[in-house]
Design a protein around this ligand. Structure first.
Ligand code: SF4
Ligand code: SF4
Length: 110
């Protein structure tokens, strides 16, 4: 009986969580579709110096509030649609913990 009550209380909460996750994923997918580039981040190599954040021309990186296993804040791509894939973040990173790349778009066959 008690388990059933708990289940009833949590079902709407889980529905809200799932709908938020679905809309977040849809937003990420939409932004990724528009993006010219993206980055690969090796969080465990990062020492949280913030060079990549400082030198990114369109300012699309931020240091996360999360920590890696060494206790450093690592960068995250916050504005996915604005990354150009220029790889300046990769050039300035002293730890080879990030690199940018250009997304190849499929072209229509003639
Ligand atoms: S690839 Fe260029 S635009 Fe993208 S995050 Fe790195 S520096 Fe910024
Ligand atoms: S430049 Fe490299 S080490 Fe520094 S915060 Fe960015 S990814 Fe981490």
């Amino acid at each position: 009986m008690r388990g059933a009550q708990v289940g009833i209380q949590f079902v709407p909460f889980l529905r809200i969580l799932n709908s938020e996750r679905t809309s977040d994923m849809a937003q990420v997918a939409e932004q990724t579709k528009k993006a010219k580039g993206s980055v690969v981040i090796a969080a465990e190599r990062c020492k949280g110096c913030g060079f990549c954040v400082e030198f990114c021309p369109p300012e699309v990186l931020e240091l996360s509030t999360e920590y890696n296993s060494k206790g450093y804040h690592t960068p995250i791509l916050t504005k996915r649609d604005l990354c150009t894939g220029c790889d300046i973040c990769g050039m300035v990173c002293p730890d080879f913990a990030i690199y940018g790349y250009i997304i190849k778009k499929k072209t229509k066959e003639a």
